[in-house]
Structure formats: C-alpha cells, structure tokens
Design a protein around this ligand. Structure first.
Ligand SMILES: Cc1cc2nc3c(=O)[nH]c(=O)nc-3n(C[C@H](O)[C@H](O)[C@H](O)COP(=O)(O)OP(=O)(O)OC[C@H]3O[C@@H](n4cnc5c(N)ncnc54)[C@H](O)[C@@H]3O)c2cc1C
Length: 273
C-alpha cells in the first residue's frame, strides 16, 4: 500500500483486497475513488475536499470470474466489460454514457452513485436487482453480503463495495426511454429476469436509486398477464419531478416500460445470456 499527499488530501492506494479493507476501516472521513467519472469533477472544482482518498486502482478488486452459471464481478470492473455480462446487465451497461466513460466508470461507482443535481445515475442497479445479485461490502462491523436492493435502501455511504455475485438467469428483459444523446442520463428503465426464485422486476429512474417492484412480481406469480401485472408498478414506486422529466410523465411511462420489459422477457425465456 502506498500513501502520498494530493493537495490537502492524503491519497492511499492499496495493492490488495485485504489492504483496501484495512485502509477503509469504518469509512470515517474517507472518500473512495474508483473510475472517478463522478468524483473527479467534484475534486477538481473543489466542491469536495476530503481529508483522505482511498483509490482502488491497484486493489485487485476488478474482473469477472465465472463458475458454471455463477458470476463474481469485482467492484472495479469497468462498465465496458459488463457489456458481455448476462442480460439485462449487458444492455444496461451498453446504455451508460459513451465508450470513453464506460471504459473508465466502474460497477462499484455505479452502485454507489448518488443522484447528481437530483438526476438518478445508477443505471446498473436495476438489472442487478432483477438478477437477484448480492453485494459484498466491508466497513463498520466487518464484511457482509446482502441483496443489492437492501444495500441501496440502507444508503450505500459508509461501506466499501468489494464485489457482486449473481446467477445467470433463464431469460431477461429490458426496456428504456430513448436518450437524446450519449451523455443524456436515463429517464426511466425497467428490467426483468427469470431467476431460480421466479421473475424479478426492478426499475431505475423513479427515485434516488433503483427499486425492486414486488407488486408486479406478486401479480405475475398470481397468474396476471404481463400487461395487467405491469399496472401494479405504481404501488411500489412514487415517481417525482426532476430536471429530466416530470412525475406525471413517469407515472404514465412506468407501466408501459415494465410491460415492455416483461414482454421482452417472455420472448427470451429459456435462452441464457
Ligand atoms: C458524461 C457522463 C455521462 C454519464 N452517463 C451515465 C449514464 O448514462 N448512466 C449511469 O448510470 N451513469 C452515468 N454517469 C455517471 C457515472 O459515469 C457512472 O455512474 C459510473 O458507473 C460511476 O463509476 P465511477 O467508477 O466513475 O465512480 P466514482 O466517480 O469513482 O465514484 C462515484 C461514487 O461512488 C463511490 N464509490 C466508488 N466505488 C466505490 C466502492 N467500491 N465502494 C464504495 N464507494 C465507492 C465514490 O466514493 C463516489 O461517491 C455519467 C457520467 C458522466 C460524466
């Protein structure tokens, strides 16, 4: 592990997973730096002045490991590498920004992305929830592994994301509102996956982070058609206005997108990857 001064901040660059966990400790007064696509402008313009920066570039927490149908994806894996991951993660990864950003941005940074200017920017969160992914983190109290939706609803601050585990689904679906250009943020997207515990559905763009929509899953399990099940999405999600779109627009688009994601899933069920 090396440590040097970066303006007023101390830059710590661990060279192993264990070093990174030790340097992170309980996360107090420390800022984690991954790809920096969100963080670097904040540091460069002085809007953020951390006392210590933990840079994960050499921490050995990047890469995708496959064992049969199970995948373990390191926090520092670039979004570009996820373009070859199981669906609906691959499609969501291909929709993040442009090639340059995707080469730099990481999975961990996307999971921990807080809304910028009230615009949600964690597009990989919904596919991970739909896939039933579990995230391993370190911090106060030691390491823990939990469903991505629990990690997000607890608020990602204060934990060091190490890796995500998921199972390749039997099928997957994805639907999104088209972006006007590659630097436009996603207004709304819906993801669905046929997993070992049934169909899981999640949406992004309707709040500060992605959410699992249990009401749609329950309606499907009860025998509702995809279109009827999709109408339930507003029981779990209360869209709000932001710089990208109004709550009114999102309320109308959400059932449509969830219906399309379920339709997409029904076309691909039984086809892995
Ligand atoms: C022009 C542009 C377009 C963009 N378009 C999109 C888009 O379409 N969709 C989208 O989802 N995002 C978009 N983003 C946002 C961003 O690129 C992604 O969310 C990206 O995945 C963030 O990853 P990063 O590694 O760059 O994070 P960083 O900037 O390094 O960090 C982001 C936050 O996560 C924390 N963090 C990072 N890694 C960890 C970790 N392992 N453990 C704990 N905390 C951690 C950091 O402390 C920081 O708070 C865009 C950004 C730009 C500049």
């Amino acid at each position: 592990m090396t440590s040097r001064s970066l303006d007023a901040a101390q830059l710590v660059t661990p060279t192993s997973r264990e070093d990174a966990i030790e340097a992170f400790g309980d996360g107090a007064e420390l800022t984690v730096l991954a790809g920096g696509t969100i963080l670097m402008p904040e540091l460069n313009y002085g809007r953020l002045r951390p006392a210590r920066v933990l840079a994960l570039w050499n921490a050995g927490v990047a890469g995708i490991r496959r064992e049969g149908s199970s995948l373990t994806i390191g926090a520092m894996t670039p979004v570009a590498e996820l373009e070859a991951a199981p669906e609906p993660l691959a499609t969501a990864a291909r929709s993040v920004a442009d090639r340059e950003i995707r080469a730099q941005a990481t999975l961990g940074g996307n999971l921990c992305a807080t809304p910028g200017g009230e615009i949600p920017r964690g597009d990989l969160q919904a596919p991970l929830i739909a896939l039933g992914a579990r995230v391993t983190t370190a911090g106060a109290g030691g390491q823990r592994t939990e469903p991505v939706e629990d990690f997000l609803s607890n608020g990602p601050g204060g934990r060091l994301v190490l890796e995500v585990e998921l199972e390749e689904p039997a099928g997957a679906g994805h639907a999104t509102v088209g972006r006007p250009h590659s630097h436009g943020f996603t207004i709304l997207a819906a993801c669905a996956a046929e997993t070992s515990e049934g169909v899981r559905v999640a949406v992004t763009g309707a709040g500060s982070h992605a959410v699992r929509v249990h009401s749609v899953e329950q309606a499907l399990a009860g025998g509702a058609s995809p279109e009827d099940a999709a109408e339930n999405v507003l029981k779990d999600v209360q869209p709000r206005d932001d710089a990208l779109a109004s709550a009114w627009y999102r309320q109308r688009m959400l059932p449509v997108l969830v219906g399309r994601a379920l339709h997409d899933l029904s076309q691909k069920e039984g086809t892995r990857g």
